[in-house]
Design a binder for this molecule. Structure first.
Ligand code: G6Q
Length: 539
């Protein structure tokens, strides 16, 4: 991180610690308007943050000193900014207008993007209209996406988010865990004759996905009694045609993408096929339009009016200036239940790094721990700590003015809770206010709320494919900006590798029919022996 620019921010943080949100709101009646920005169907009210106009200017200066604008240009123009993997980072091309060329290594990638979207659209239509038939001639009623990480979290989260736009007579399931329970329990909900498996794996080598895919194929063949059934019930989403063929899926039924699309950024690529079957190609296109609107905003808006940049800077303020270890994502929308899990990967895999771009130890704290649950459920669980605990937990509240499910005044109640919570977190309740309510002196400290707990409010008119796409792009770009300022590489994930390699060794030791030679530490050796003994394997 640029420490000169950061120190300017830090000096304002010290000033900020001497005041509070009550005072700041009292002193500036125009504060809410001053700290509100709108773009791509979203309004961000960031006035309930521990900021002053001066502190915001210092934060913007930090972004300028880190050349955020320059990095944005590099990303959008296809530079290989994912240096450790020598790749461009162009998920934005997936939602670009197809007539605008985007070049990687001198080649326009847009014709390929358009062609894949068209093939996906045609295929999704066939399945939705009942023209793609299973091996026994029945229409498809169940889709099972087999994938993990970036090939699962995005489509899984989005299919739930856009359920209101889904074709209700097609049920979409997501199997990711290598725990056999995940696949087995899912297969209990479907009929083989009417099930289509989408094996989604960028590499087509991931242990969990390939294991689940093989078990699914064995199940299908045993249910339908013919190997030939596989061709009607399996399609693949991958960048690895060779491996797809080797698995037995006809490349005709493979939907490709490219190495410049990172797993956790791949929802708008062919990885979104399950979603497209669920909501249809028109709604998928609308989602891409929403992504694109936020991309345009990010690329063109001034830094001080730029939603992803502002969110990034506020996150850095708490992470680096106030020592916050975590940050909470609190969607007041049941449809967005899986958004926190999705953002956990997006953020923690991207910015959970401790060396900088030159390979040296970073000079600052980097990515936070991201967590959350939908409101109002969280209010009856962990909000106690947010209100009265010893830790500062900045939070994003996300909600919509209109509901898809009008039931009495339920939506009003939901949103009343949303607004009341950010108010309570910001302004708390003083001891005097508690006393005035007649609370006995002994209980006053317990019923007092310090307040001054920062929140962002993200509000849109309605959850639609467009506002949804814009929301996801907003977070993608926020994470990118934070990585730029922390001077780390956000688009690789080398930390995922070690566990994969070690698990291969242990697996052979668990399964080995003869007594294996164990060379681990005493704890790991004992665990392996105990597992073998419990299953009656030789010791
Ligand atoms: C995402 C990560 C990781 C990846 C999974 C699945 O950015 O790279 O979560 O998506 O490990 O990988 P495959 O798609 O190759 O199976």
């Amino acid at each position: 991180m640029n420490l000169d620019a950061w120190n300017d921010v830090a000096s304002q943080v010290e000033a900020m610690k001497k005041t509070n949100l009550r005072t700041l709101f009292k002193e500036d009646p125009a504060r809410a308007g001053r700290f509100t920005v709108e773009a791509a169907g979203w309004m961000l009210d960031f006035s309930k943050n521990l900021i002053t106009p001066k502190l915001m200017r210092k934060l913007i200066a930090l972004a300028e000193a880190s050349d955020v604008k320059g990095w944005i240009d590099k990303m959008f123009s296809g530079s290989k900014i994912n240096e450790t993997e020598n790749r461009a980072v162009l998920h934005t091309a997936l939602r670009c207008r197809p007539d605008r060329p985007v070049y990687v290594d001198g080649k326009n990638v847009m014709p390929g993007v358009r062609a894949t979207l068209e093939r996906m659209g045609a295929f999704a239509d066939k399945v939705r209209r009942g023209h793609w038939l299973g091996f026994t001639g029945k229409r498809i009623k169940y889709i099972i996406n087999i994938g993990i990480g970036g090939s699962d979290l995005g489509p899984c989260m989005a299919t739930m988010a856009l359920q209101a736009f889904s074709k209700r007579n097609i049920k979409v399931f997501f199997v990711s865990n290598v725990d056999p329970t995940h696949l087995a329990e899912t297969l209990r909900c479907v009929k083989a004759e009417q099930t289509l498996f989408i094996v989604a794996s960028k590499t087509f080598t991931t242990q969990e996905t390939m294991t689940n895919a093989k078990s699914a194929r064995d199940w299908l063949v045993s249910e339908l009694g013919d190997e030939k059934a596989v061709a009607r019930h399996f399609v693949a989403v991958s960048t690895n045609e060779e491996k797809v063929k080797a698995f037995g899926i006809d490349p005709e039924n493979m939907f490709g993408f490219w190495d410049w699309v990172g797993g956790r950024y791949s929802l708008p690529s062919a990885v979104g096929l399950s979603l497209m079957i669920s909501i249809g190609q028109k709604n998928f296109q609308k989602m891409l339009k929403g992504y694109n609107k936020m991309d345009r905003h990010f690329q063109t808006a001034q830094l001080n009016r730029n939603i992803p940049v502002i969110l990034a800077l506020l996150g850095i303020l708490y992470n680096n200036g106030f020592g916050a270890q975590t940050y909470a994502v609190l969607p007041y929308s049941q449809y967005l239940s899986r958004l926190p899990a999705y953002l956990q990967q997006l953020d923690m895999e991207s910015n959970g790094k401790s060396v900088d771009r030159s390979g040296r130890r970073v000079n600052c704290q980097t990515g936070p721990i991201v967590w959350g649950e939908p409101g109002t459920n969280g209010q009856h669980a962990f909000y106690q700590l947010l209100h009265q605990g010893t830790k500062l937990v900045p939070a994003d509240f996300i909600g919509f003015c209109k509901t898809h499910n009008a039931l009495g005044d339920q939506h009003d109640k939901l949103m009343a809770n949303f607004f009341a919570q950010t108010e309570a977190l910001a302004f708390g309740k003083t001891a005097d206010e508690v006393r005035k309510e007649g609370v006995p002196e002994k209980l006053v400290p317990h019923k007092t709320f310090e307040g001054n707990r920062p929140t962002n409010t993200l509000l849109a008119e309605e959850l639609t494919p467009e506002t949804f796409g814009a929301l996801i792009a907003m977070y993608e770009h926020k994470v990118f900006v934070q990585g730029i300022i922390w001077n780390i590489f956000s688009f690789d994930q080398w930390g995922v590798q070690l566990g994969k390699v070690l698990a291969t060794t242990v697996l052979s030791e668990l399964k080995e029919p003869n007594v294996p030679m164990l060379h681990h530490d005493s704890s790991t050796n004992a665990l392996i022996r105990r597992y073998r003994a419990t299953l009656g394997r030789r010791q």
